[in-house]
Design a protein around this ligand. Structure first.
Ligand SMILES: Cc1cc2nc3c(=O)[nH]c(=O)nc-3n(C[C@H](O)[C@H](O)[C@H](O)COP(=O)(O)OP(=O)(O)OC[C@H]3O[C@@H](n4cnc5c(N)ncnc54)[C@H](O)[C@@H]3O)c2cc1C
Length: 567
């Protein structure tokens, strides 16, 4: 059993920021399933939205966020995150993050932060490091982490499941029955969000506490037990639930699935953001063409070169992402074409190659010179707006369990995320969660967590079952639960997912766990949550577009869909 004061699952912006802030107060373990930089954060291109210019204001950033969120944002959360943004960005710069700058016109050659513009933003407010912002964030945070001896990083370690007092009391694989766990008595006051949401729902206050995590060491194949009074989920999103996604392979919704299995509330999973512009090329797996390309004047055109966005929105190619993704989907369905075009060739070639060096070079590798020809693009699953229900301090309904970043649902994004608000949310909420946990002495955990038990499980005989179910699940989500939905397609998906979940669960019990099997189990859980949440919302709002109810229903404004595992 490995014991720490703070256990962090994930090494993206959320996990690393939290780690740096709690490191002076105790021993920290960061568990991460591949190498330490591999994360959605590492691939972020556009940048971080924050108010740093005199022409901008908090009020405008709040207004833009609320407008994108289509009536479902929690305004107090939006205000806190927007207002605290500039200070957190200042800290990131102090740590060594290098944002792009530009020369201020004038005789003395002074420089200022270069601010980009993206869809839905009324002002230029996106701080960026050329088009590799995420890579620069990971570099800066990881080099700061390397200087803190109290932080231990466990690479190639995949968290399987959370251990909670409640789970210890139940019979389950890896957790044999323990009639009365001797751990600290979980107190309702430990988790104010549980108190609040349970009060609203008329349920008893929080009675559960997180004690640790079972983790698969991918190198040895052994399952280890990590224990800590504070566990942070910073596992990112779930793009891999869909066949086409901009997300890297790590994004299998593990944190949401683990929290759901542990009994935490999961909110707003119907709102999946599809990025309108992913490179369309048979050999490009998931390469994003940043919204900043449209921010700098890139124009969307149909397959045969005709502009079409004026038919859909007054902001044309700079309309909010959901509008653009639906417009592209509709144009592709009408014409039968398998992609549309994004054209920035009217800008000087030098500007394009300097502003978008990564996009320019990557496209060149696929034989497309974006300074001379339009880029073939398609929409792809990009961002999970819902997630583990938390408050702005990252507290979940389970005492001792926190969630920050894409895995969490704070209420900032509502029914649709405003571009570049996610890195901001992760940065601000990781800081707030750290302040929260270090404000009081850490509770002492006295319970012993039983070792993981494999029982009679043997090595899997036919791995084809896992790879087949991976493909089937992701294709079915793309075909039936994509950008435009109907009740019939959702119900069809619901039935098939239930069958797949049964088969996967059987496989999980019979065979020794592998990372592929664990991730498959998680994407199946998350797919089920997305479908059930979509069916629970009888309206179209933000990213949820259902042809059976094409309009928003005012009765559903401000209403979240919250799912919990039946007990
Ligand atoms: C291509 C792309 C471009 C983007 N551009 C922007 C942008 O310009 N601006 C913006 O604001 N947002 C952008 N986003 C979204 C943004 O990058 C993410 O929302 C944000 O980085 C999430 O940070 P995070 O720390 O929550 O999670 P991540 O950065 O995804 O980190 C998750 C971590 O958890 C680990 N992990 C996951 N499951 C497990 C497990 N079971 N066990 C152990 N470890 C696990 C992963 O390995 C990883 O280290 C973009 C996303 C993509 C994919």
């Amino acid at each position: 059993m490995k014991q720490f004061d703070f256990l962090i699952l994930g090494s993206g912006i959320a996990g690393l920021t939290f780690a740096l802030k709690v490191a002076p107060r105790g021993r920290v373990a960061i568990i991460t399933k591949k190498n330490r930089a591999e994360s959605n954060t590492n691939y972020a291109q556009g940048g971080i939205a924050a108010v740093t210019s005199k022409e901008d204001s908090f009020e405008l950033h709040v207004r833009d966020t609320l407008q994108a969120g289509a009536g479902l944002c929690k305004e107090e959360v939006v205000r806190m995150i927007v207002q605290e943004g500039p200070e957190r960005i200042g800290e990131l710069i102090e740590l060594g993050m290098k944002f792009s700058e530009r020369e201020i016109p004038g005789p003395n050659g002074a420089r200022e932060l270069d601010l980009g513009r993206e869809g839905g933003h009324s002002k230029r407010r996106i701080l960026h490091a050329k088009d590799v912002t995420g890579r620069e964030i990971e570099r800066a945070l990881l080099s700061a982490v390397a200087q803190r001896p109290s932080i231990n990083i466990f690479e190639n370690h995949l968290a399987i499941d959370l251990v909670t007092t409640e789970k210890l009391a139940q019979r389950g694989r890896g957790a044999p029955p323990v009639p009365s766990p001797s751990g600290i008595a979980p107190s309702a006051a430990d988790s104010p969000i549980a108190l609040e949401t349970n009060r609203r729902a008329g349920r008893p206050p929080c009675i559960d506490r997180c004690l640790g995590v079972y983790v698969l060491d991918n190198k040895t194949g052994k399952v280890e037990t990590f224990v800590a009074p504070v566990v942070l989920l910073a596992t990112g999103g779930c793009g891999k639930v869909y066949l086409y996604t901009t997300n890297p392979d790590i994004a299998t919704g593990d944190g949401v699935a683990m929290a759901y299995r542990a009994g935490a509330g999961i909110a707003n999973m119907e709102f999946v953001q599809f990025h309108p512009t992913c490179l369309y090329h048979p050999k490009a797996k998931s390469f994003l063409i940043s919204e900043a390309v449209r921010g700098e004047g890139g124009v969307l055109k149909s397959f045969d070169g005709v502009e079409f966005m004026d038919k859909y929105h007054p902001l044309k190619s700079l309309a909010p992402r959901d509008v653009v993704a639906r417009a592209i989907d509709s144009e592709m369905k009408k014409s039968g074409a398998d992609h549309v075009l994004l054209d920035i060739t009217h800008k000087p070639a030098q500007f394009i190659s300097e502003r978008f060096p990564n996009i320019h070079q990557t496209c060149l590798r696929y034989g497309i010179d974006i300074t001379r020809e339009p880029i073939p693009v398609v929409p792809a699953a990009h961002y999970q707006c819902g997630g583990v229900l938390t408050n702005v301090d990252g507290e979940t309904e389970i005492a001792g369990l926190y969630a920050v970043g894409e895995v969490a649902c704070t209420g900032l994004h509502g029914a649709n995320r405003l571009a570049s608000n996610s890195l901001l949310e992760a940065l601000v909420c990781a800081h707030r969660a750290a302040l929260k946990v270090i404000a009081h002495p850490l509770p002492k955990l006295e319970s012993t967590i039983p070792q993981w038990q494999s029982g009679h499980a043997t090595n899997a005989d036919e791995l084809v079952v896992v790879s087949h179910n991976w493909d089937e699940l992701r294709r079915l989500m793309w075909d039936y639960v994509g950008i435009v939905r109907t009740n019939k397609r959702l119900q069809r998906a619901q039935k098939r997912i239930a069958n797949l979940q049964e088969e996967i669960q059987q496989y999980y019990w019979d065979f020794i766990v592998t990372s592929d099997l664990l991730e498959l189990r998680n994407i199946a859980t998350v797919a089920g949550l997305i479908v059930n949440s979509a069916l629970a919302r009888p309206e179209s709002r933000g990213l949820q577009y259902n042809l059976d109810y094409p309009e928003p229903d005012p009765a559903w404004a401000q209403r979240e869909v919250i799912l919990r595992k039946p007990v």
